[in-house]
Design a protein around this ligand. Structure first.
Ligand SMILES: Cc1ncc(COP(=O)(O)O)c(C=O)c1O
Length: 362
């Protein structure tokens, strides 16, 4: 049987051991006689799952004690409204546009107040993160919003080890949906980190928000209770029913990652995977990637066939070879290989082998 490798940008591949364990525990979780899907979110079984999941995430990211971790319904786009509702407090906010997702965050936030664009690469087609020296930061802004890895165009904030961030005194709010847990970060440099789950965390329907304590309690009076981070923090993310099964799978993913050696271990593997694919693309005159080298994403690698008339054939025979979901985002075109934590290096090698073969046949 052909080995299948799934390059979807999200919902995306999950670690096989996690899926097998979920399968084994599906009908009877730890002798409870219930599937996790069937448990009350307030019962001791699920409360235990949630507590362990949070503790493991705190370990993986070394989250300082003065940050709350929220497990919320809705994906990252829901946060586009929750961020200004919770943080604006009558001030203005700064946003950098470095790709389609940060642009979307701006469009959504404008309904709630004055949004200043401090930098934008929209006109150059999102190929880099502009030099921080040119950013028009406002020292009185309520926060600065960035998306540290743009999933569609494959643009990541630079930094060989920790991410390099703009110098600012205002809290940085970062959309890390397609980057979280892929590399070490210093959480204390951020006011808020948020991520939709369906890439490096688990199934869709869950959004994790990591928020510094002093930023809680600033919400606009009209903010519904479910959208109010402080209310959610005060109620262990249970002001409404949290996405229990997604949280359970996230917990299994965190256990898998800890057993692997944590974020530093997966980061090394991620660097090796990304180098393998970029090195091949750069060495070929058949394929091309347009992103500035220092901002090339380790997670989402878009590439184009120089002769795009072969696109359909490329995708069809990739599919036949077990290499799935390589089509680029509709806004960007071309191809995209998303190589999240759960993608083994063998999958990237299989893709490179296929690309070589396709290039020599065409
Ligand atoms: C960086 C980033 N932000 C936001 C989103 C939107 O997430 P959701 O569809 O879960 O709301 C995505 C989805 O792919 C994303 O990649």
């Amino acid at each position: 049987m052909t080995t299948i490798y799934n390059f979807s940008a999200g919902p995306a591949v999950l670690p096989k051991p996690v899926l097998l364990r979920a399968q084994a525990e599906m009908l009877d979780w730890h002798g409870s006689g219930m599937s996790v899907m069937e448990m009350s979110h307030r019962g001791q079984e699920f409360t235990g799952i949630l507590e362990k999941t949070e503790a493991d995430l705190r370990t993986l990211l070394s989250i300082p004690t003065n940050y709350k971790v929220l497990f919320l319904q809705g994906g990252a786009i829901t946060e586009n409204a929750m961020i200004p509702l919770n943080l604006l407090g009558g001030k203005t906010a700064d946003y950098a546009i470095t790709g389609g997702w940060s642009k979307r965050s701006v469009d959504d936030a404008r309904a709630y107040g004055t949004i200043n664009i401090v930098a934008s690469t929209e006109t150059d087609g999102y190929k880099h993160v502009p030099d921080y020296a040119g950013w028009k930061l406002n020292k009185d802004a309520a926060y600065l919003h960035i998306c540290t890895n743009e999933t569609m165009s494959g643009v990541e904030f630079a930094g060989e080890h920790d991410l390099e961030l703009p110098q600012t005194n205002v809290p940085i709010v970062a959309d890390m949906s397609s980057q979280i847990l892929s590399r070490t970060i210093d959480v204390s440099k951020y006011g808020v980190i948020y991520a939709g789950a369906q890439k490096n965390i688990g199934p869709a329907g869950l959004c994790i928000v990591i928020v510094r304590d002093d930023l809680l309690g600033r919400a606009n009076a009209q903010t519904p209770a479910v959208f109010n981070w402080k209310t959610q923090a005060d109620n262990q993310s249970m002001i409404n029913t949290p996405p229990t099964y997604s949280i359970y799978i996230a917990g299994l993913v965190f256990e898998w990652l800890i057993a692997l050696g944590g974020v530093p271990a997966i980061e090394k593997i991620n660097i090796a995977k990304a180098n393998l694919l970029y090195d091949y693309i750069d060495s070929s005159d058949f394929y091309v990637n347009h992103v500035a080298i220092k901002n090339r994403s380790r997670m989402n690698i878009p590439f184009y066939l120089r002769d795009e008339s072969h696109n359909e054939a490329f995708l069809k025979s990739a599919n036949d070879a077990g290499l799935l979901q390589l089509k680029g985002h509709r806004a960007v075109g071309g191809m995209r290989a998303s190589i999240y934590n759960a993608m083994p290096i063998e999958g990237v090698q299989a893709l490179v082998n296929y690309m070589q073969k396709f290039a020599s046949n065409h």
